[in-house]
Ligand binder design. Structure first.
Ligand code: HEC
Length: 106
């Protein structure tokens, strides 16, 4: 495929079509967040509603699990969110989604 954008679009669409059932392990996701995400995001419960980058609790409050999953797999371009999908296993992404979604409590 010559057009890299087309390739990316195909990859993203295939990824979305194959969206997993999102049955991750929140405790494992917490450990992954400490390893891969904490240098930018506040990953604590009760961290407050912060933006740039958003705290994980803020993300949990305003996004569905499916939305969180797709924003990890295909981060918004130029947002500063790294392409972590190349360094994480698909199960690890599900674990992270489970952890983030578990913060959706006041
Ligand atoms: C280098 C810093 C950095 C790291 C490391 C990082 N992020 Fe991000 N993340 C960002 C930035 C910046 C944004 C974009 C915020 C915006 O759109 O204004 C973002 C956005 C996101 C979003 C979308 C938020 C939304 O509602 O639009 C999710 C979900 C997310 N990150 C999850 C993660 C996870 C999970 C990890 C660890 C695997 C991680 N991030 C690691 C900087 C980082």
């Amino acid at each position: 495929m010559k057009n890299p954008l087309l390739f990316l679009a195909t990859f993203v669409m295939c990824g979305l079509a194959a969206a997993p059932t999102l049955a991750g392990d929140a405790a494992a996701g917490r450990r992954l967040a400490e390893e891969h995400c904490v240098r930018c995001h506040n990953i604590e419960k009760g961290a407050g509603f912060k933006l740039k980058p958003p705290s994980f609790q803020a993300i949990a409050i305003y996004r569905t699990s499916e939305d969180i999953w797709s924003r990890i797999i295909a981060p918004s371009p130029h947002s500063g969110m790294p392409d972590v999908q190349w360094t994480l296993m698909p199960e690890e992404v599900q674990d992270l989604v489970a952890y983030i979604a578990s913060l959706d409590v006041p």
